[in-house]
Design a binder for this molecule. Structure first.
Ligand code: CTP
Ligand code: MG
Length: 233
């Protein structure tokens, strides 16, 4: 591969489902802010060259100070209203002429491992776009007005995770078209899907769970305290 990957860490959400009254980025996990914890695996991955953090406009300076010890951080910028606005703000910080793989990762997923980062980069370099997908364990029901209207075939369904990886030119093109068409994107891969380009799948990880609710945060603390899984998490 030509260049090392650029990782965009998105942390500019409001954290409404967490209900902490402030963004999740600064909530403590294992004694350090979630944002720092999720930046560390990218700082450590030899396949990643640079990291851009996208944070709430109100916390830009605090985030800059928090991330200052990390060598690979090249920019800390304010995000936007929607996730895709935050990702775009991050993309604009890419080093001039960058044409490698860009990764977009939820700062709310602190337990991502180097092996998953590398698998996404490799698949994205081959296909153009790739993301981790976790198979579902529960049977899924389509529910309308409190009643089951359909049972879905779990075999064809999976939960999308991050990091999602893309060839830079493909993501920029897909984003330009999505913004031009005024589409709201639930993740980055959908921008590529909707222009008919292939998106590869690598196996997701249960440990790579998104910290969304207070229950998720409690789970994450337990993981860190567990001698088997917590070591190195
Ligand atoms: N995110 C972002 N900019 C937004 C919305 C989300 O950078 N406008 C980021 C979040 O900070 C988070 C990731 O996208 O790291 C996944 O989003 P989610 O878990 O939904 O976080 P929040 O949007 O903060 O939480 P909530 O939806 O409960 O408000
Ligand atoms: Mg959200």
């Amino acid at each position: 591969m030509s260049a090392k990957a650029l990782a965009i860490l998105v942390a500019a959400g409001r954290g409404e489902r967490m209900g902490a009254g402030r963004p999740k980025a600064f909530l403590s996990l294992g004694g350090e802010p979630l944002l720092l914890k999720s930046a560390r695996p990218f700082e450590a991955a030899t396949s990643v060259g640079t990291i851009v953090a996208v944070v709430p406009a109100t916390d830009e300076e605090a985030a800059r100070q928090l991330l200052a010890p990390l060598r690979k951080i090249v920019a800390v910028v304010a995000g936007g209203e929607r996730r895709q606005d935050s990702v775009l703000a991050g993309l604009r910080q890419a080093p001039a002429g960058f044409d490698g793989i860009v990764l977009v990762h939820d700062a709310a997923r602190p337990f991502v491992k180097a092996a998953l980062i590398d698998a996404v980069i490799d698949a994205a370099a081959r296909t153009g776009a790739a993301l981790p997908v976790l198979p579902l364990v529960d049977t899924l029901k389509r529910v309308r007005e409190g009643r089951v209207v359909e049972t879905l075939d779990r075999a064809e369904l999976g939960a999308a995770q991050t990091p999602q990886g893309f060839r830079m030119d493909l993501l920029v093109d897909a984003y330009e078209q999505a913004f031009r068409d005024r589409v709201t994107l639930s993740d980055e891969a959908v921008a590529v899907e909707r222009i008919g380009r292939p998106v590869a799948v690598v196996p997701g990880s249960a440990l790579n769970r998104k910290i969304t609710t207070p229950e998720d945060l409690a789970w994450a603390e337990e993981i860190l305290a567990s001698p088997r899984v917590g070591a190195g998490a």
